[in-house]
Design a protein around this ligand. Sequence first.
Ligand code: FES
Length: 104
Amino acid sequence: MENFVRIASVDDIQDGDMISAEIEDSKVVIAHVEGVLYAFDEECTHAGCGLSDGDLDGNIIQCPCHGAEFDIRTGEVTSPPAVEPLKTYQVRVEGDDILIEYEV
Ligand code: FES
């Protein structure tokens, strides 16, 4: 079963920024890029480093540990050493709330 879960307020994240948040046992990152919100797993698929400490350049997040890069729109790996894609989540805004689609 899937549903949308509130994860943050739109006021929590300015354009060009990202924040991390917890849902159940997972940590996710919300990024705000040119008016669009994206959500993806906090853990890099290479060796588990926290991507919220990485560099966001447009739609590309670079892991702070070994430099892997992912497209945050799709989770696709755009630069090694990561091989596995990053899990991404659908995002919805309702009023002041940011919600992500999360399997329960
Ligand atoms: S843990 Fe992210 S590139 Fe190694």
